[in-house]
Design a protein around this ligand. Structure first.
Ligand SMILES: O=C(CO)[C@H](O)[C@H](O)COP(=O)(O)O
Ligand SMILES: [Fe+2]
Length: 224
């Protein structure tokens, strides 16, 4: 498998009353996928949207790859709903479900979606060792989950490096505070799937930002 650089903007800080237009604009400007942040007000102290909204968006955008970042206490509860809404990848946090990760991975796959496993900043990276074979991607959070626009945590880069060294073909995603000032660190550490919210959404030239983020990752992949 050869790794690809992929940029998945987060629409968390976009104008959510124009969700479709904002999403389509990101795709037209070069986004490889959409990263949809689902929060339940319990696992994280914030609320966003759930499967009904994702389904509406899917009805308008037929072809794009949708990843839902499930910041919820009961990820097992929403698998069928999200599959029905047209989600391609179901990325859930392992912290609230440490004893049932394999079971949830199996259910996500049976529902026809790819599996992403997400780790909060305080979670040691080697806990995913047992689950790598069940996952399509590991997400290393570079902020505390819950809000867009936070400061990037450089001290998460050793986790990314560890994953890349041990799993050269694994899709590794970073999420939180990633933009033009922080992308090189992520790329050098070995991340190939990049979530970027504020840095892309607030730019007057989304295409340029997405292009630069991608180029940084592509350069690092060539060097690896
Ligand atoms: O999961 C998230 C927050 O919990 C978001 O995906 C993330 O914060 C992206 O936004 P930004 O680039 O503005 O940090
Ligand atoms: Fe996210």
């Amino acid at each position: 498998m050869s790794l690809k650089a992929k940029i998945g903007p987060s629409i968390l800080n976009a104008d959510l009353c124009a969700l479709y237009e904002e999403s389509q604009k990101l795709l037209d400007n070069g986004a490889d996928y959409l990263h949809l942040d689902v929060m339940d007000g319990h696992f994280v102290p914030n609320l966003t949207f759930g499967h009904p909204v994702v389904k509406c968006l899917r009805n308008k955008i037929k072809n794009a790859f949708f990843e839902t970042h499930m910041m919820v206490s009961k990820p097992e509860q929403w698998i069928e709903n999200m599959a029905d809404a047209g989600v391609d990848q179901y990325t859930f946090h392992i912290e609230p479900v440490v004893n049932s990760v394999p079971d949830i991975c199996r259910k996500v796959r049976e529902a026809g979606m790819k599996v992403g496993l997400a780790l909060k900043p305080g979670t040691e990276v080697d806990v995913v060792k047992d689950y790598i074979s069940m996952a399509d991607m590991i997400l290393i959070m570079t902020v505390e989950p819950g809000f867009g626009g936070q400061k990037f945590m450089s001290d998460m880069m050793p986790k990314v490096k560890w994953l890349r060294e041990n799993y050269p073909n694994l899709d590794i995603e970073v999420d939180g505070g990633v933009g033009l000032n922080t992308i090189d660190e992520c790329a050098k550490a070995g991340a190939n799937m990049i979530v970027s919210g504020t840095a892309v959404i607030q730019s007057p030239d989304q295409k340029e930002v997405i292009g630069k983020l991608k180029k940084s990752v592509e350069c690092a992949l060539h060097k690896h």
